[in-house]
Design a protein around this ligand. Structure first.
Ligand code: ADP
Ligand code: MG
Length: 656
C-alpha cells in the first residue's frame, strides 16, 4: 500500500497554478527539500555546467515505495497533504505535489530509490514526461535523482537560461540557504567536480555558518535567542560594525524554510538603527519558529514568499530579539570602520554584480499587511518597508542631504574655509591644467620635501561644490583618501575604486578606437582552442573595447593596439582573461560583454591600493568623485565611505 494519494480537484485548485521549474537552482531547491521532507540526514548535491546538463541529488532518507514511483510524477500527487485543512498547517517543505511532475516533463530524469521497508530498489527512467523504464536496482536505502539536459525539449525556456556560471551561482545560493536552515543535515555540494561546500550535520548552526560564510564571519556574530508572542527567534546577527553594503547576507527562515521576509528585514533594520551606518546592512541567520497556522506558505509556487496571519507579532519578535542581542553583545566598544567583508577576485565580482542585477525580482513584492499595526507607527513603518523594496542591490551612504548651506551656518570652520577658498579661487580653477604640466615632473619625495609637507599645516581646500568644502587630510594605507567635508563628516575614498570607475566611464563614453593606442611592438597571444575560437569570433567586440586584434592562425592572435590606459605588461593576460570570459558567456548580450571588458581594462589600468600617488593626484581624484557623484566602482563596490562627526562622537562616548 503506497503513501501517495492524488489530491481531489478542489484541493488541487486551492494550490495556485504556477511554474516551479524556472532554472537549475529551482530544481535543486525542490529536490533537496524533498530529501529533507524524507527525513534524510545526509544529502549530496552535484551539478555540472551550472546544472544545465547534469544535476544529482542523493539522500539517505525514507526512499520511495515502488508503488509510489509512478504516482509521484503525477501533478498534484503528494504524500504530504490530504485534505483542504492540511493546507492551513504545513509542516513539510513540499506540499504542492508539482515538482517531480514539472521536472520530469522538461528533462531526462533518472530515479534510483529504495524504501527501507522494501528489499529491492528501483531504477526509473522518465524523459520529457514519458516513462522509459522501471527496473529492479541494487542500491542503498534512500533516493538519488539525476536530471540531465534541463529544458532539452523546451528551447524557449532554454533561451532564458543565463550563463553556466550564473546558473551555477544560483544553485550555490540555494544550497547555502538550505545548509544554513538545516544544520542537522550533512550537506555536500560538488560543482564541476569540486567539492565547494561540506557541512558536518552536527546540528550546530554556527558550524553551518562557518562552512558557508567562513571563519571571519562566523567568529564575529552575536547570538539571538528570544521568544515573544509565540514566536521564537533564534540564530545570529552580525556586529553592527561589520555591517555590509547590501542585504545579501540577511537570511531569514520561517519554520526553517528560507523566505524573503520584508517584515523581518524591516524589524532588523529598525533594531539596528543608530548602531549601523547609513547605507549599511546588518547580516543575520535567523529562524522564526512559529505555529504553522500563523503563516501561509502557499503564496507562490516557489514558496519563497509567505504571508502572515498577523504581521505585527513578527515585526515585534524580530525587533526585540535583535535589540536584546545587540545590547548583550555590545559589551566592548569597537570603533572599527566597516572592513571590506570578503576578498573576491574582481572578475568574479563583476560576474556577481551582473548576476545580482539579473536576479532582481521582476515581480513586485507584495505589500505587507500593515493594517494591524499601531496607528502612530503605521505610516513610518510602511514608508520604511517600501523604501526597502526599492533599494538597489548595492547602496552607498547618501550624502546629499547633509550638505551645509553657508548662509545659515555659524561654524567658524566653514567661515574660515569660505575666506580661504575665496582667496585662492583663481588658483583652484587653474588646478587641473597645472596638474597636467606638473605631474610628470613630480620628483621622488625626499626627506626634506616630506618634512616641508608635514610642517605645512595650512588647510588644503579641494574645491567648493554645491556649498560643500573639503579639507584634504591625507592618505591612509596607500589606499584611502581622507577628506574632511564641511565640519560634519569624514569622507574616505578608495583611490583604486574611484580611479577604476573614472576610467570605466571614459572607456564607455569613448567607445571604439577613440582611446586605442598603437603598440610599438605587436604582442602575440597564444590561446587554448576554446578561447581562440571565442576571440576570433569576437574581433568586433575587442575592437569596440580598443583592441586591434588579428587572427594569426594555429591558436595565436596578434594584438596591434590596445586601450591607452592599459599597462603594456597587462595586455596579454587581459586578452586571455577576456577570451575566457567570452568563451564562457556565449549567451550574454553584447552590452553586458562590453561592460565586463571595460571593467576588466579599467581595473587593470587604475592606480592600485598601495601604489604611491601624489597629493595632487589624490585631490584631483577626490574632486572628480565628488563632482561627478561617483558612488561605486564597476564591480559594485562603494567608492567612498562616510563617517560622520556624530558617529565618531558616539564611538568615543562623547554622545549618548
Ligand atoms: P511534494 O514535495 O510537494 O509532495 P513532489 O513532486 O516534490 O511533491 O514529490 C512528490 C512525492 O514524491 C513526495 O510527496 C514524496 O512522497 C515523494 N518523494 C519525492 N522525493 C523524495 C525523496 N527524496 N525521498 C522520498 N520521497 C520522495
Ligand atoms: Mg517536493
Amino acid at each position: 500500500m503506497g503513501r501517495i494519494n492524488i489530491l481531489d480537484k478542489h484541493v488541487a485548485e486551492l494550490i495556485a497554478a504556477g511554474e516551479v521549474v524556472e532554472r537549475p537552482s529551482s530544481v535543486i531547491k525542490e529536490l533537496v527539500e524533498n530529501s529533507i521532507d524524507a527525513g534524510a540526514t545526509a544529502v549530496t548535491v552535484e551539478i555540472k555546467n551550472g546544472g544545465v546538463t547534469f544535476m544529482r541529488v542523493s539522500d539517505n532518507g525514507s526512499g520511495i515505495l515502488r508503488d509510489d514511483i509512478r504516482p509521484a510524477f503525477i501533478r498534484h500527487a503528494t504524500s504530504k497533504v490530504r485534505v483542504e485543512d492540511d493546507l492551513s498547517a504545513i509542516a513539510t517543505l513540499g506540499f504542492r505535489g508539482e515538482a517531480l511532475a514539472s521536472v520530469s516533463s522538461v528533462s531526462h530524469l533518472e530515479l534510483i530509490t529504495k524504501a527501507r521497508e522494501e528489499d529491492i530498489g528501483t531504477r526509473y527512467l522518465i524523459e520529457g514526461g514519458e516513462e522509459i523504464s522501471l527496473d529492479d536496482a541494487g542500491c542503498p536505502d534512500g533516493t538519488t535523482f539525476i536530471i540531465r539536459d534541463l529544458f532539452y525539449n523546451v528551447p524557449a525556456r532554454m533561451k532564458f537560461l543565463k550563463t553556466d556560471m550564473a546558473e551555477g551561482n544560483a544553485v550555490s545560493n540555494v544550497v547555502d540557504k538550505i545548509a544554513l536552515s538545516h544544520p542537522e543535515i550533512a550537506i555536500t555540494y560538488i560543482r564541476d567536480q569540486k567539492t565547494v561546500l561540506r557541512t558536518s550535520g552536527d546540528s550546530k548552526l554556527l558550524s553551518a555558518i562557518y562552512a558557508v560564510y567562513g571563519r571571519d564571519f562566523a567568529s564575529s556574530l552575536i547570538p539571538v535567542d528570544y521568544t515573544l508572542g509565540g514566536i521564537h527567534v533564534s540564530g545570529y546577527v552580525s556586529r553592527p560594525e561589520n555591517a555590509r553594503p547590501n542585504r545579501n547576507m540577511q537570511n531569514f527562515f520561517i519554520n526553517r524554510r528560507f523566505v524573503i521576509c520584508k517584515t523581518a528585514m524591516a524589524a532588523l533594520s529598525e533594531a539596528c538603527k543608530g548602531a549601523v551606518m547609513v547605507g549599511k546592512f546588518p547580516s543575520c541567520v535567523l529562524d522564526l519558529d512559529m505555529s504553522f497556522e500563523a503563516v501561509d506558505v502557499n503564496v507562490h509556487p516557489t514558496k519563497l514568499e509567505v504571508r502572515f496571519v498577523n504581521e505585527r507579532p513578527v515585526f515585534d519578535a524580530v525587533y526585540h530579539a535583535v535589540k536584546t542581542a545587540l545590547m548583550n553583545g555590545d559589551k566592548r566598544v569597537e570603533a572599527k570602520l566597516n572592513k571590506p567583508s570578503v576578498k573576491v577576485n574582481p572578475f568574479e565580482l563583476a560576474q556577481k554584480v551582473f548576476r545580482e542585477r539579473d536576479e532582481k525580482p521582476a515581480a513586485p513584492v507584495q505589500k505587507p499587511d500593515l493594517t494591524r499595526l499601531d496607528k502612530r507607527t503605521e505610516q513610518k513603518r510602511s514608508d520604511e518597508l517600501f523604501a526597502m523594496l526599492d533599494e538597489p542591490v548595492v547602496t552607498v551612504p547618501k550624502r546629499t542631504a547633509d550638505s551645509i548651506s553657508l548662509s545659515d551656518s555659524a561654524s567658524p570652520a566653514v567661515e574660515n574655509y569660505r575666506k580661504y577658498i575665496e582667496s585662492v579661487k583663481a588658483d583652484k580653477i587653474a588646478e587641473p591644467e597645472k596638474k597636467e604640466e606638473e605631474a610628470p615632473a613630480e620628483p621622488e619625495p625626499t626627506v626634506e620635501k616630506l618634512a616641508v609637507q608635514e610642517a605645512d599645516e595650512e588647510p588644503k581646500p579641494l574645491i567648493d561644490m554645491d556649498d560643500n568644502y573639503y579639507k584634504y587630510i591625507g592618505e591612509a594605507f596607500g589606499t584611502y583618501i581622507i577628506l574632511q567635508k564641511n565640519d560634519k563628516e569624514l569622507l574616505l575614498i578608495d583611490k583604486h575604486a574611484a580611479h577604476e570607475r573614472i576610467i570605466f566611464e571614459k572607456l564607455k563614453k569613448d567607445k571604439g578606437s577613440g582611446y586605442s593606442q598603437l603598440l610599438l611592438e605587436p604582442i602575440t597571444v597564444t590561446l587554448n582552442k576554446i578561447d581562440y575560437t571565442a576571440v576570433t569570433q569576437s574581433l568586433d567586440i575587442f575592437s569596440e573595447a580598443g583592441f586591434d586584434i588579428e587572427d594569426f592562425g594555429s591558436g595565436t592572435v596578434i594584438v596591434r593596439s590596445a586601450p591607452q590606459y592599459l599597462p603594456a605588461e597587462d595586455i596579454e593576460s587581459s586578452v586571455i582573461e577576456m577570451a575566457g570570459y567570452l568563451s564562457e558567456n556565449k549567451k550574454e548580450i553584447r552590452s553586458e560583454k562590453m561592460e565586463w571588458i571595460y571593467a576588466n581594462v579599467s581595473c587593470r589600468a587604475a592606480i592600485k591600493g598601495g601604489n604611491r600617488s601624489t597629493e595632487r593626484e589624490l585631490i584631483e581624484l577626490a574632486r572628480q568623485v565628488e563632482d561627478e557623484d561617483i558612488r561605486r566602482c564597476p564591480h559594485g563596490r562603494p567608492v567612498s565611505l562616510v563617517l560622520t562627526k556624530r558617529e565618531l562622537e558616539r564611538m568615543f562616548g562623547r554622545l549618548q
